[in-house]
Design a binder for this molecule. Structure first.
Ligand code: UDP
Length: 357
């Protein structure tokens, strides 16, 4: 079975790596063909993940590069369609909710290639998020749905998909996390920021609602600066965020840095007292690690991280952020449990479903 495995942006590499490893354990059955769209293309957002996650080099690089969402969608659809004309793919495997996920799913479906969507069914019910549009559209045309949490199953059933095609398999991002955790912990990355274990807050922000409006971003950074007087803050800055981050005052207690490679980032996350984020994946990783996570969003497509895990949604309430951080440092925060099937075996479940087709 020739399976086109699509990656394009940072979270895709982390989700695809364990699936590729598992497919490679069945060489007689599967021939995975790794396609990199080039949606994220530089060393810090792409190359480092191939090294850290021990991934094979892409078999095909579409090289779309920077552009608006529409430009990237158009370029990926055109180039992937052209590739589908040259290479015989029996199935397409896409992960997550980025532009590459949706664009390749459309091209493949129009060529009659069945689409398997990993991380299907998640819904924030917020159509101002570009990722929500990608999720809805990908699921509308996918043939098989691999789901991380029960809410995803309920959403897909409500949208009219057949129960037969929906497989609750757990979370491949957690497969990657668990298989790299010992190595990452051993790096003790916090030392390179002159910090001690469990003695700092880690911050990531890249959602348009927080970073595209310069004023909102300045307010968040001013709040982080206030927080840093209580607990040191490390903030690896996403390229999208960097553009609007003018005049941020750095200090030994508020350290900004470039985006980190996977192992360095997991090391910092696993050693943090708490995480402040708007990332999808980091809400899940902190839940798996039992690290308190404060999410600067009004909603989440991953509700299990709030219901069972360590996540709390704060909307845009920065006053609440300061209060919650005090609760966490004062040991008054909820503990959380790890959701069912987030056990490091999700890729194995996915591949055994594919084997049975
Ligand atoms: N991550 C990383 N380096 C960083 C920030 C995040 O390796 O500097 C990892 C993080 O551990 C998680 C993934 O990137 O596995 C999340 O990606 P991102 O937040 O870009 O996307 P989202 O999950 O919001 O779609």
């Amino acid at each position: 079975m020739n399976i086109a495995c699509i990656v394009g942006a940072r979270p895709n590499f982390i989700k695809m790596a364990p699936i590729l490893k598992e497919l490679a354990r069945h060489p007689g059955h599967f021939h995975p063909i790794l396609v990199h769209t080039g949606q994220h293309y530089d060393t810090k957002m792409s190359d480092v993940f191939f090294r850290d996650l021990d991934m094979p080099a892409p078999d095909h690089s579409l090289g779309v590069g920077a552009g608006t969402q529409a430009q990237q969608t158009g370029a990926i659809m055109e180039r992937f369609d052209e590739l589908c004309g040259r290479v015989k793919f029996d199935r397409l495997l896409v992960v997550g909710d980025v532009t590459s996920t949706f664009a390749c799913a459309v091209s493949a479906t129009k060529r009659g290639i069945p689409v398997d969507h990993v991380e299907a069914g998640l819904r924030s019910f917020d159509r101002t998020m570009p990722e929500e549009i990608n999720r809805i559209l990908t699921d509308a045309i996918a043939d098989l749905f691999f789901v991380t949490e029960p809410s995803g199953v309920a959403n897909l059933l409500r949208e009219g998909h057949s129960e037969r095609k929906i497989k609750l398999v757990g979370n491949v991002m957690i497969d990657s996390l668990l298989s790299h955790l010992d190595k990452a912990r051993g790096l003790e990355k916090w030392r390179s920021f002159s910090l001690s274990r469990s003695g700092y807050a880690l911050v990531t922000l890249h959602r348009p609602s927080n970073v595209d409006d310069g004023q909102r971003l300045q307010e968040i950074v001013a709040c982080l600066s206030q927080v840093s007087q209580r607990i040191p803050v490390v903030f690896p800055v996403h390229p999208r965020t960097r553009k609007n981050l003018t005049g941020a005052v750095e200090s030994p207690s508020l350290q900004l840095c470039e985006p980190l490679g996977y192992l360095d980032f997991v090391s910092l996350m696993a050693g943090a007292a708490l995480v402040v984020t708007d990332s999808g994946g980091i809400q899940e990783e902190t839940t798996a690690l039992g690290i308190p996570c404060l999410t600067l969003r009004h909603n989440t497509e991953r509700p299990i991280t709030v219901q069972e895990g360590t996540n709390t949604l704060l909307g845009n309430d920065l006053g609440q952020l300061v209060t919650m951080i005090s609760d966490i440092t004062g040991d008054k925060y909820k503990r959380g449990t790890v959701p069912q099937l987030w056990d490091g075996q999700s890729s194995r479940r996915i591949v055994s479903v594919l084997e049975s087709l």
